[in-house]
Design a protein around this ligand. Structure first.
Ligand code: FAD
Ligand code: NAG
Ligand code: NAG
Ligand code: NAG
Length: 489
């Protein structure tokens, strides 16, 4: 009985496969429709490979570029800044932002020294904070110089914290820890104990594209950039201005990828099956570290090691709405820091008067373990904690927040965090293994960007690069992309 049933199923499966084979004319299945997936598909399209299919798990494109409304404001719960502006090279995302006339504001961190609050209330005296910032500045000058010389001498990587120990300047007071958090965690979403020195100092994003950061606050959302790219190669409905291209399927959660020399078969949660010659996987490295997508055969050990050693960090932007402003406004007050005894406890604050005038909204950023803790508690509990911190800073008489928004990227099975961060112990060779194709399965996404992992521009550039690798394979038969070799022991 059982044998018959199995054989019967097998027959249905084989028939099903041949049916799919017979009807499918797809070269590439792109999995995920964030910045990298959409840019990869556009790159394929421009190379004449137009028989692709994009499968996206959610009901929208854009991925981690995502707007929402909060108390009548259009705000970003994912990427917010164009990072790397006004440098030697043009950041392609800055170029696009200007073409689309995305409303944006250069973030002014210059006066942050004058805006650091003690956990007993009130500001640190400016002179005290200035000295602490000078020490931090000296320290980072030292660690950057050390990083450059260690790279030149091909020495093994160390953590940022180890380099701070080497110059005998490890931050320990609440003030020094707050400045250290602001310098590192606020950018990488993980502490200096974890982050690679050689791969972050100097950081290619700031070194190549410039040190400025521009905050996007546009009713169309930062995600409109992804829609703009999509509209250039996907059919758009004339009536609704929506994408109506049959090659983009939303609400398709990929659960399985079978791959072999002859092609790939992709199964989705709703039981559909899609067949193509190649797959281009653009889901986050956080997702690749879970078993949401099962690969058959299993990905090879070298690939898993590379994927599992890298980090998916968590960065959480909490918004609070107040009945009125009780914080300083005007030039040089946009950012303020709270220096708790517990490093990273509601540390970096931004008042939204520049970006959303009259909104009476504050943004506080937490990362890493604090993000994971906060994602698991109720928003009411988070609001109470944030209020206590604000009362430490501004006194007892401030009003309660009327509303709070707490994004939960880590709990979301389609993201599992916010962006990748380069940890110690991953060499350039191992990093390249993250994007190296496995048979007919290609990889893209911010975590595969050659120089800009973690950023929107990294996602964009990786979409182009990974698709180009695939185009070289399809068009020129060059299916074994070359990466830097394994370092000599
Ligand atoms: C809170 C936060 C703040 C950030 N701040 C900035 C910033 O200020 N500046 C900056 O440059 N960058 C920032 N980033 C990073 C930036 O958003 C990302 O680097 C970039 O958007 C990633 O694009 P991607 O295409 O690589 O991945 P994604 O946008 O994650 O795209 C992958 C797509 O795959 C889909 N998917 C997942 N699983 C499946 C599945 N099983 N089947 C089908 N589809 C699936 C997802 O839904 C998603 O749409 C931030 C990110 C976050 C979350
Ligand atoms: C750190 O380096 C910068 C740039 O080279 C320099 O302007 C600054 O004075 C240095 N700071 C300290 C404290 O040495
Ligand atoms: C078009 O898109 C908008 C939002 O992007 C959505 O609300 C609307 O239902 C869509 N219209 C159609 C006809 O699909
Ligand atoms: C810097 O911040 C302080 C404290 O908020 C403020 O009083 C001062 O005006 C600011 N200075 C500049 C130059 O913006």
């Amino acid at each position: 009985m059982e044998g018959l049933e199995v054989r019967g199923l097998l027959l249905v499966w084989i028939l099903g496969l041949s049916f799919v084979t017979a009807t499918s004319a797809t070269s590439v299945i792109v999995i995920g429709a964030g910045m990298s997936g959409i840019t990869a598909a556009k790159t394929l399209s421009e190379a004449g490979i137009k028989d692709f299919l994009i499968l996206e798990a959610t009901n929208r494109i854009g991925g981690r570029m995502c707007k929402t409304t909060f108390q009548g404001l259009n705000v970003e719960i994912g990427a917010n800044w164009v990072e790397g502006v006004n440098g030697k090279q043009m950041n392609p995302i800055w170029d696009l932002a200007q073409k689309l006339k995305l409303r944006n504001f250069q973030s002014d961190y210059d006066n942050v020294t004058a805006n650091i609050y003690t956990h007993h209330g009130g500001l640190y005296p400016h002179a005290v904070a200035t000295v602490a910032f000078d020490v931090a500045d000296e320290r980072s000058n030292y660690t950057t110089a050390l990083s450059t010389s260690m790279s030149r001498n091909k020495e093994e990587d160390i953590s940022i914290l180890a380099s701070q120990r080497l110059c005998n300047k490890v931050p320990t007071s609440p003030l020094d820890m707050a400045i250290d958090y602001y310098t590192y965690d606020y950018e990488f979403a993980e502490p200096p104990r974890i982050t690679s020195l050689q791969n972050t100092e100097p950081l290619p994003t700031f070194a190549n594209f410039g040190e400025d950061l521009n905050f996007v606050a546009d009713t169309r959302g930062y995600e409109s950039m992804v829609y703009h790219i999509a509209h250039q190669f996907l059919t758009t409905s004339k009536h609704t201005a929506n994408i109506s291209d049959p090659r983009l399927l939303l609400n398709k959660v990929v659960r399985e990828i079978r791959y072999s020399r002859s092609g790939v078969i992709v199964k989705t949660e709703d039981g559909s099956m899609y067949r193509a010659k190649y797959a281009m996987v653009s889901v986050s490295i956080g997702v690749l570290q879970t078993n949401l997508i099962k690969f058959h055969p299993d990905l090879p050990h070298w690939k898993l090691l590379a994927l599992y050693q890298f980090n998916m960090a968590v960065y959480t932007k909490i918004l609070l709405k107040f009945p009125y402003k009780f914080w300083p406004t005007g030039p040089g007050t946009e950012f303020f820091i709270y220096a708790d005894e517990k490093r990273g406890y509601y540390p970096i604050w931004q008042q939204m008067e520049n970006n959303y005038p009259g909104s009476n909204v504050l943004l506080v950023t937490v990362t890493d373990d604090e993000s994971r803790r906060i994602e698991q508690q109720s928003d009411e509990e988070t609001k109470a904690e944030a209020m206590e911190v604000l009362r430490n800073m501004f006194g007892k008489n401030i009003p309660d927040a009327k509303a709070i928004l707490v994004p939960r990227w880590w709990s979301n099975r389609f993201y599992k965090g916010s962006f990748s961060n380069w940890p110690i112990g991953v060499s350039r060779f191992e990093y390249d293994q993250i994007r190296a194709p496995v048979g007919n399965v290609y990889f893209t996404g911010e975590h595969t960007s050659e120089h800009y992992n973690g950023y929107v521009h990294g996602a964009y550039l990786s979409g182009i690069d990974s698709a180009q690798m695939l185009v070289d394979c399809i068009k020129k038969g060059n299916c074994e992309p070359k990466f830097e070799g394994r370092p000599k022991k």
